[in-house]
Design a protein around this ligand. Sequence first.
Ligand code: GLU
Length: 489
Amino acid sequence: MKVRTRYAPSPTGNMHIGNLRTALYGYLYARKTGGDFVVRIEDTDQARFQENATEIIFRTLEQTGLDYDEGPGKEGACGPYYQSERREIYKEYAQKLIDKGAAYYCFCTDEQLEADRKAAEEKGEVYKYPKTCLRLSKDEIQKRLDAGEPYVIRQNTPTSGTVSFDDVIFGTISVDCADLDDMILLKSDGLPTYNFANVVDDHLMGITHVMRGSEYLSSTPKYNLLYQAFGWETPVYVHLPLIMKDATHKLSKRNGDMSFEDLIAIGFLPEAVVNYIALLGWNDGTNQEIYTRQELIDAFDLTGISKSPSIFDLPKIRWMNGEYIKALPFETFLPLALPWIEKSPELSKYDAGKLAKLIQSRIEILSEIPEKLAFLPNVAPHTPELYCHKKFKLDARSARESLEQVRALYETLPIWDETSIHDGLIELAQKTGKKNGMIMWPARVALCGLESTPGGAVELADILGRDETLRRIEQAIALLQDAHKGDEG
Ligand code: GLU
C-alpha cells in the first residue's frame, strides 16, 4: 500500500517548532517510502483563525523545501484541501453517524450546559455532558430543527467498555469509555470540530500514517470510536514526543518561545533549522549531526523516533547554523550577509564583500554580523600593554620598532591588497630576522586596539585601506612612544 502522510496545520499564527517538525517527519517518511505528502489546512475554528497564518504556512513549506504532492494549489483527487470548503462533506458524514446512532443532535443552550457543569462540580464529579438530548424523540428533534433552533451534533460514546489503539511510538493506549465525553462533532455554525474533521478527512484523503503531536494521544481513542462507527480502517498512528525548552517547561508560543520565522529573522538558515529539528526526537542510531536533505530522507525511519521529550537546545542549533553558514559558497553567503552589514551605517564605507568574507566563518547566526564588525570603524581605547607579548618577545619598545618598519612598508607598497600586504609583512619579518608574530601582532593591534578580532593584520589593513591603516599605525606609534618615554623617565 502506498504510504500517504499529511500535514494538517491550523492557521492560527506563526509556525512553531513542533508544527514544523510534524510537517518534516510527514514529508521525510513519504519521501523515504515513495509515498505522498498531503497538506490540508484545518481552518474550521473561525475564532482562532489568523489573517496571514495560511501565508506563513505556505511560505515556510517553501523556504524549508518541504514540497507536497497534494494540497492547496496542487489539487489531487481528494480536494478541496481547505476544511472550510468541505462543509457539506462533514454534514453528510455527521448525518451518517446520526443514522447509525453513533451521533445525535444536541440543542442544549450554553446556560443549560453551564448549569449542568456547576451541578456536577457541586457533587464533586468530573463534568461530562449528561446525554440530555440523546433522549429526545425523533419528532421532537424534527420540530426543533424546523423551528430553526441552533444545535450541535455530538458523538454518542458508549458508557461502558474500553477502547484502545496502538501507537507506533507510545504503544497501546486504552481508556474506559465511561471516562469519555460526548464531544461535539459539528458546531452550531455548521463547521466541524477538529475532533470530527480529522477523522473524516484522514479517511477520505486515504491517509495511511497520521503523525501529529502527542497532545492528541488522549483524544485518539474517541477518534477510533468514530472510525469504528463508520466501519473504516484506522490509520497507523505516530504521535510525536513533546519538545521542551528545558527539563520542566514545554516549548510553547505562549511562553514566547521562538517560532520558525523568529529564528529566520535573527539569521538562522532554513536548512539548518530543518536539520536541527529533524533530530528533535529522532536519530538513526549514529552520531551524525549534519545531514543533507537526501541523507535525512534515506536515514529517516519511524523506529528512530523516541518517546521521551526532547529539549530544544539553543546553543546546539546555533552551532549547527554556524556550520551551515561556514559551508555556504561565498556567492550564496554574500547576499544573506549584506542586509545585516547594511544595518550599520558606519560599515557602509568599507567594501561589503570583504566584510562578508571576514565574517563568514566567525558567526553562528547572521544577526551577529553588525556586532562582530562594530569594532572596525574606531580603534578601541587601549594601553601600550596590549602590544606586549611574551611569546613574540614584544615590549613597548620592540613593538614600536616593528610598527615603524610596518609603516615604512605600507607607505611604499605598490599595490594595496591582501596578497601584497601579506607578502610584504612576511618579507619584512624575514628581512629583519623577526618572528612573523613580532610583526603581525602590533600590526593588527594598532588597527583595532583589541586582543582578538575576526581577521588578522592583513585582512584588517586591506579593509581599512592604506590611508586609514597608516593613520592608525601612526597613532599607535605615538602611544608607544609616550609609554617608552615614560619608561626612560
Ligand atoms: N490542526 C491540528 C493542529 O494544527 C493538526 C493536528 C493533526 O495533525 O492532526 O494542531
